[in-house]
Ligand binder design. Structure first.
Ligand code: GLA
Length: 393
């Protein structure tokens, strides 16, 4: 959909001739560092060109009207600034509502209502952070429309608060951070304990990053996500009786191996093992990327998948079939699930010339095993959340 199509839709739906402002927040992939963010470890995500567009115009009254071109069946969803409490009937609109509520509660001067039209190009429930994307696009549109003095870090933390306290998913900081701070052609190495970060250029030369969607949708609310987090917290509590640590991310592999017998439950021990090893793998992977050693980077991606399969147990038939099939193709240097898991997407680094045969072969194997097809998209690493003036990218 083009810029002018979106403007036309806005004017039609909200019955106005006014020219709306237009904002965009991307989705993200995570190259490596999975389920490490809420364990105080490192992640290496990148924002992508798929994302959420939001067109908006302040109103004279205190009403907020939301409409999504992706969910026309829910129609216009409305609320008043004076009542921004979570409402199950408001469905997807709870994400922007939560953001408006928390921005206001943190002292931002949002005194009038607004009309907002959303249009998302991220497949929903695919693990590419459509929810953080709608939170962050709401953040930048409020910042722009009401001229708010909010820094990015604060906006990112409010996005996470929406997820944790308003929606009820105990997710970490990775998604909002990647989307809020994304940079074209760069991944972000983020220390999730301190929020220190650095950009790492992604120079793939003859390779591309492919996103492979299992088309198995899931929401984190109805997944085992919160359980995994609780298991890691229990493992940390067991270790804290003997070690002065605040998070699993502080442990080296050696320290973990020396002290792991203090973790009482065998399952919790496996979860903690993944968190510690994955954190070290992420730092190694950054190093390999910086040295231009893509083969070594790819091998670490593969190890990451195996750890998520065997120790963290968040992969499942769909992701395992896809990743296994990807590993077997010529011209592939690495493949793994990306995001929370339980379905959703995998990523693979594939030689440009081999992309066609890769897609055909992987899809064939996948369809045979699962009964429906996978989808493939080329990942373009693009800038983070922002106002856009010059049309739809
Ligand atoms: C989801 C969460 C993130 C992170 C990943 C797993 O995307 O929102 O905070 O925990 O899963 O790495």
């Amino acid at each position: 959909m083009s810029n002018s199509d979106l403007i036309q839709q806005f004017q039609l739906i909200f019955n106005t001739n006014a020219m709306p402002r237009m904002f965009f927040a991307p989705g993200r992939i995570n190259l490596i560092g999975e389920h490490t963010d809420y364990n105080g470890g490192h992640v290496l995500p990148a924002s992508i060109s798929f994302g959420t567009y939001a067109l908006t115009q302040p109103r004279d009254d205190e009403r907020v009207s939301f409409y999504s071109l992706n969910f026309p069946q829910t129609g216009i969803i409305e609320c008043e600034l004076s009542d921004l409490t979570y409402n199950p009937l408001h469905d997807w609109a709870n994400y922007p509502k939560g953001m408006i509520k928390y921005m206001r509660e943190s002292g931002m001067d949002i005194k009038t209502g607004m009309n907002i039209l959303f249009f998302g190009t991220i497949p929903n429930g695919a693990g590419l952070s459509s929810s953080a994307s709608i939170e962050m696009v709401t953040g930048v549109l409020l910042e722009g429309s009401y001229n708010l003095a909010i820094n990015r870090r604060q906006m990112i933390l409010l996005g996470q608060k929406v997820e944790n306290e308003y929606i009820g998913v105990n997710s970490g900081i990775m998604d909002q951070f990647a989307i809020g701070k994304g940079k074209k052609d760069h991944a972000i190495l983020l220390n999730c304990q301190t929020l220190e970060y650095q950009y790492a250029p992604i120079q793939l030369e003859k390779y591309v990053i492919l996103i492979i969607n299992t088309n198995k949708q899931r929401t984190l609310m109805n997944s085992q996500y919160n359980t995994r987090r609780a298991q890691c917290e229990q493992a940390l509590t067991d270790l804290q009786a003997f070690l002065p640590i605040q998070s699993l991310g502080e442990l080296t592999i050696e320290q973990f191996e020396q002290h792991k017998h203090f973790i009482k439950d065998e399952i919790n021990l496996k979860r903690a093992k993944h968190a510690v090893y994955e954190n070290e793998r992420t730092l190694k992977a950054l190093h390999q990327l910086q040295q231009g050693k893509l083969d070594a980077f790819g091998r670490l991606m593969n190890e990451s998948h195996l750890s998520l399969q065997q120790d963290y147990e968040v992969t499942g038939l769909e992701l395992d079939t896809i990743v296994q099939a990807a590993w077997e193709q010529t011209g592939v240097i690495g493949a793994r699930m990306t995001g929370a898991g339980f379905g959703g997407c995998a990523i693979a680094i594939v030689e440009k010339d081999m992309v066609e045969s890769f897609m055909e072969n992987v899809n064939k194997t996948y369809t045979k095993a699962v009964g429906y097809e996978a989808s493939f998209y080329k990942a373009t690493i693009a800038d983070g959340a922002r106002e856009i003036m010059d049309g739809v990218v």
